[in-house]
Design a protein around this ligand. Structure first.
Ligand code: 4AZ
Length: 280
């Protein structure tokens, strides 16, 4: 399966079985640790991790979960980084500029409520170098129509910060995505503890035979060697954090929480220049 298909939720993906997860796997409740709950950690609050934001459109994805369909990360008062694949035809069924109610949701732990703030979007720069076959270059820069607090931003890891996320380092991923592999999207923000894995691990898992091709230049490999903790559908574009810095964006992988197929993240240090060039 290609990530562009896995990327999306809404009614469409809710109808598609996620084949990598065996039938009969237990369905986890929010807040419960489970072998198959991606984000296998547990619920957290948006107040505590305010740079984790939701990308939403109620017209496209319904109102029950505030229209959330991807994650994003606040890196400047009017700048959110997310995944390129969140803004393509496969995800939105059209051009982002035709989605009249595209919003960034800030400070809303529980998407069934109205806490926090919603801001409109004045521009989306979708990396023209994004390759939907290999999944390389999966980054987009969303410019907000109004400012959010500078104190709520997170710093992006740069070229000098690679020691912060060398293989074996603990990292955390955040999102409102699927908790089971069965399109059970979370209403509350969740986080899971992961380990940054060696590039070789993802190179072996993703040599380029259909799932995408791992490229250590612009991707980071992270997961749970025992399985059970991962990002999944709906988490795309959200943060992978290590050493207090944003080191990756949820991008792709084959299935979810399968130890043989770790999660693949856009390498922030590789795209930081592009993000800076397209920030307001
Ligand atoms: C997705 O399609 C997706 N298990 C995100 C992360 C992973 C797989 C799919 C990694 O949004």
């Amino acid at each position: 399966m290609r990530s562009s298909f896995r990327a999306l939720l809404g009614g469409l993906v809710a109808l598609l079985p996620v084949l990598a997860v065996p039938l009969g796997a237990p369905v986890a409740q929010a807040g419960e640790d489970s072998d198959r709950s991606i984000i296998g950690g547990g619920p957290v609050t948006a107040e505590r991790y305010p740079w984790t934001v939701a990308v939403a459109s109620q017209s496209r994805f319904g109102s029950a979960r505030s229209g959330q369909f991807c994650g994003g990360v606040l890196v400047g008062p009017t700048t959110v980084v997310s995944a390129a694949h969140c803004f393509g035809q496969a995800a939105l069924g059209g051009n982002w500029s035709d989605v009249h109610d595209l919003r960034i949701i800030f400070g809303r732990t529980d998407l069934s409520g109205t806490s926090g703030r919603e801001t409109d979007v004045s521009n989306v720069w979708v990396n023209p170098g994004y390759d939907p076959v290999t999944n390389s270059g999966d980054v987009a820069v969303v410019t907000l129509g109004e400012s959010l607090p500078a104190a709520s931003t997170i710093r992006m890891a740069g070229a000098d910060d690679t020691q912060d996320y060398r293989a074996g380092t603990a990292a955390e991923v955040y999102g409102w995505g699927d908790t089971t592999g069965y399109a059970s999207y979370s209403t509350v923000l969740r986080a899971a503890g992961l380990t940054v894995l060696a590039d070789e691990t993802c190179e072996r898992a993703y040599p380029g035979n259909g799932d995408g091709k791992y490229n250590r230049q612009d991707m980071v490999c992270a997961g749970d060697p025992a399985g059970g903790h991962d990002a999944c559908q709906g988490d795309s574009g959200g943060p992978l954090v290590a050493g207090g810095k944003l080191v990756g964006l949820v991008s792709w992988g084959a299935g979810c929480a399968d130890p043989a197929h770790p999660g693949v993240y856009t390498r922030m240090s590789a795209v930081a220049g592009l993000v800076a060039a397209h920030s307001s």
